[in-house]
Design a protein around this ligand. Structure first.
Ligand code: SF4
Length: 317
């Protein structure tokens, strides 16, 4: 037997940037035919990547692995200018599926760099988005991951500091890091509005409410998905046990002992069909009540990249 009640966080799952990136690869396959190369995972979700592979997408780690003259799509996480330069050298045809909210951070980085600031990038080392953003001004950018990193910062001019952040961080943790930064460097400047995107913020807010009503929160998402990992942390901080799973096959029996209400949410790159399968899994095990806990309505949509829009307009689609 399992929990009798299933509570779904809303909003959950796909954000506008992921939707756009996945649709970009789908359209590219339809318009240009196989193969379409994709640099890195288009979004951090194994299921999505496998589905696109079945349809003819070839995922590579670097643009230098793409045969000369072929088509390559850049992932939602964004790329450094050096990647565009390498692609041009190889005469690759490129489609940039970088989320517009990541592009906004790149624009800020360029602006701060041009104005002579040391840029403090708050983010996770090794994450593709951080690599791409750092690449805008590598000489002027330093990465901090914690408040302790802020304490250890050594900069040339303490009055010329600007900060920017990765889009998928913990809202609470990031505001503590920014507060610490402003304490140490009172003249530090930042973007007009937060760099943490609407989807990350909304999903974290929803999972807080969910965690308060459930003994267990399951988050569907892949282990390399930053925003999904943050959802697990936030659920735990708000009183619930929580685990990150790729799909219903990864649920452990031991997690369900004594659980009356299980909460479900999903990261911004996890498709809804995985949530549906997890709900069905609990229904088969006796859950009789399935309801949704909505904290906000989302209606954000992004236009497809220009190359795709032009082709679709030309074909009358
Ligand atoms: S999580 Fe946010 S920044 Fe990342 S793709 Fe989605 S909307 Fe864009």
């Amino acid at each position: 037997m399992g929990p009798s009640r299933v509570l779904l966080a809303a909003p959950r799952g796909y954000c506008a940037g992921v939707d756009r990136a996945v649709e970009t690869v789908e359209h590219a396959l339809e318009i240009y035919g196989k193969p379409v190369y994709v640099r890195k995972e288009i979004v951090h979700n194994k299921h999505v990547v496998h589905e696109l592979e079945k349809r003819g997408a070839i995922f590579v780690d670097q643009e230098t692995e793409v045969p000369e003259g072929e088509m390559v799509v850049f992932s939602a996480h964004g790329v450094a200018p050096s990647v565009h330069a390498n692609a041009a050298k190889r005469h690759l045809r490129t489609i940039d599926a970088t989320c517009p909210l990541v592009t906004k951070v790149h624009v800020e980085a360029r602006k701060f760099a041009a104005d002579g600031y040391t840029i403090v990038l708050i983010g996770h080392e090794g994450h593709e988005e951080v690599e791409g953003t750092t690449g805008e001004a590598p000489e002027q950018t330093v990465l901090v991951q914690t408040e302790a990193d802020v304490d250890d910062l050594e900069v040339e001019d303490p009055d010329k500091i600007a900060y920017i952040t990765q889009t998928t961080l913990s809202v609470d943790e990031t505001s503590s890091i920014i507060a610490r930064l402003k304490e140490r460097f009172p003249n530090a400047v930042g973007p007009k509005t937060d760099d943490i995107c609407y989807a990350t913020t909304n999903r974290q807010h929803a999972v807080k409410e969910l965690a308060e009503q459930c003994e267990l929160v399951l988050v569907i998402g892949s282990t390399n998905s930053s925003n999904s990992n943050r959802l697990v942390e936030v659920a735990r901080e708000h009183g619930s046990a929580s685990h990150l799973i790729d799909n219903h096959l990864q649920v452990h029996e031991s997690w369900l002992e004594g659980i009356e209400t299980v909460g479900i949410t999903s990261g911004a790159s996890a498709p809804e069909e995985l949530v549906e399968k997890l709900v069905a899994f609990f229904q088969e095990r006796g859950a009789t009540e399935v309801s949704e806990l909505r904290t906000v309505n989302e209606d954000v949509r992004f236009m497809l990249p220009g190359e795709i829009r032009k082709e679709l307009a030309g074909s009358g689609a």
